[in-house]
Design a protein around this ligand. Structure first.
Ligand code: ARG
Length: 458
């Protein structure tokens, strides 16, 4: 057992209590951030004349040495310490002696851990954003190549109206773009440095908080020391945004699973992202897509866990808050892994375009267009709806589609049908006529694609 606070105690900590209290087995992840924060703190202390130059130099050398030794595998982060902060401080003192004991001047582990976690999360926000950008690039490439790849669009998982693959993917482009905007937003709001808040009430040393903050690339400093040590809003916001990313991926996965099913056969998932069955030789299962869908649950769990942890905590720091880390780390890792695998799966996904078009043709997705055609011939829409409804019933009985009926058959149901009906209900026409902003028609889509390209190049 190695802790920083023995002075006031006469008895030993119970072994189990020490282990229960310790966080080093997970906050060791904050090692780099802890060193970075200490370097900034010490640099500021010296500038303010709180620390002698000599002490500053030896502390900095000590910290850099510890970092190098850990990075190069000569020093192991030792689980006998209570937390990563204790480990670094103890190492420093053992290396440079009493000077090392000055590192913690004007600082508490409360503002220290608030800083470390913020630095770590800030980096995660950037990494997640970069992965989202890669995913958007893959989606946009598919869109650009499939402006005229027809497929059925669904509502209630029933064929509704014809769309294009570009249009379907475009919906996900929008979702993941909003996810990136959320990252940007969170970054902007969280980028304030809590160091200098002390345990809860600031310090009596003349710290230059603004200076420390600027050394670590923060936009400024937090404004209330109690809030500084007990705020985890940024982490909750980030987890909520990660939940949304997972929700988007999960929906997309669900569609890919459906499209990949024997019944649909719209897509084929690459062997690299499929698995077989131990008993059924014919199987090629979409396990990666299913796992991404499945892991959505644990990321939601992390958000619920942290929200619940925070809900009854009085100001300021309480040890409950140590519970933020394991769930958050797990969620951060999970989302990044899912993004990497999901992007790979999408990049290698093959489309069976003929099946998709065939499916769009067979499901009466052009029924609305047939009704619109009749409206063009002077039939009121409600009557046209009824006529086409009867047409559909007739087709179902005959096991055929509107565009395969003879003109005579069509005219038996309504004499308004003329030879130009075939052109009017072809897939190409049905899609091409959808020209409003955001619609699948190639004209509208090309405008959208231009905007998406510009967005990606920025
Ligand atoms: N391991 C602690 C945490 O993660 C660090 C802060 C400890 N502060 C304290 N007063 N015990 O929250």
């Amino acid at each position: 057992m190695a802790q920083l606070w023995g002075g006031r105690f006469t008895g030993e900590t119970d072994g189990l209590a020490f282990a229960f209290n310790a966080s080093i087995h997970f906050d060791r992840r904050l090692f780099q951030q802890d060193i970075e924060g200490s370097i900034a703190h010490v640099t500021m202390l010296a500038k303010q004349g709180i620390l002698e130059e000599d002490d500053k130099e030896s502390i900095l050398q000590g910290l850099l040495g510890i970092r190098k030794d850990v990075e190069e595998g000569r020093l192991e982060i030792d689980d006998t310490y209570e937390d990563i902060h204790s480990f670094v401080e103890a190492q420093l003192i053992s290396r440079i002696g009493d000077g090392g004991k000055k590192l913690h001047t004007g600082r508490s582990r409360n503002d220290q851990v608030a800083l470390d976690m913020r630095l770590y999360t800030r980096k995660q926000v950037q990494e997640t954003d970069a992965l989202l950008k890669e995913l958007l690039e893959v989606i946009l490439n598919v869109m650009e190549e499939n402006v005229e790849t027809y497929m059925p669009g669904f509502t209630h998982l029933q064929k509704a109206q014809p769309i294009t693959l570009a249009h379907h993917y475009g919906a996900y482009f929008e979702m993941f773009r909003r996810d990136r905007q959320r990252m940007e937003d969170i970054y902007r709001r969280m980028n304030y440095c809590p160091l200098g808040a002390g345990a809860l009430a600031g310090t009596t040393y003349p710290l230059d908080r603004e200076y420390t903050a600027s050394l670590m690339g923060f936009a400024g400093v937090t404004q209330n020391s109690m809030d500084s040590v007990s705020d985890r809003d940024y982490l909750i916001e980030f987890l909520a945004a990660l939940c949304t990313v997972m929700m988007h991926m999960s929906r997309f996965c669900e569609e890919i699973i459906i499209w990949n099913s024997n019944e649909y056969q719209f897509v084929e998932i690459d062997d690299a992202y499929s698995t077989g069955s131990s008993i059924m030789p014919q199987k090629k299962n979409p396990d990666i897509a299913e796992l991404v869908r499945g892991k959505t649950g644990r990321v939601y769990g992390a958000l619920m866990s942290l929200l619940t942890t925070m809900k009854g905590i009085p100001l300021a720091y309480n040890k409950d808050m140590q519970e933020d880390k394991e769930v958050a780390f797990d969620a951060m890792d999970t989302v990044k892994n899912c993004l990497i695998l999901f992007t790979g799966m999408l990049r290698t996904l093959k489309f069976r375009k003929e099946r998709m078009a065939e499916s769009a043709m067979n499901g009466f997705t052009n029924a609305t267009d047939a009704a619109d055609y009749l409206v063009g011939k002077g039939v009121p829409f409600r009557d046209a709806h009824g006529i086409v409804g009867r047409l559909v019933l007739y087709c179902i009985e005959k096991n055929t589609s509107i565009d395969r009926l003879s003109l005579q058959e069509l005219q038996e149901i309504s004499d308004k049908f003329e030879a130009d009906i075939y052109e009017a209900v072809s897939l190409k026409t049905c899609v091409a006529k959808r020209l409003t902003i955001g619609a699948p028609g190639p004209k509208a889509m090309k405008e959208t694609l231009k905007k998406y390209r510009e967005y990606m190049d920025n």
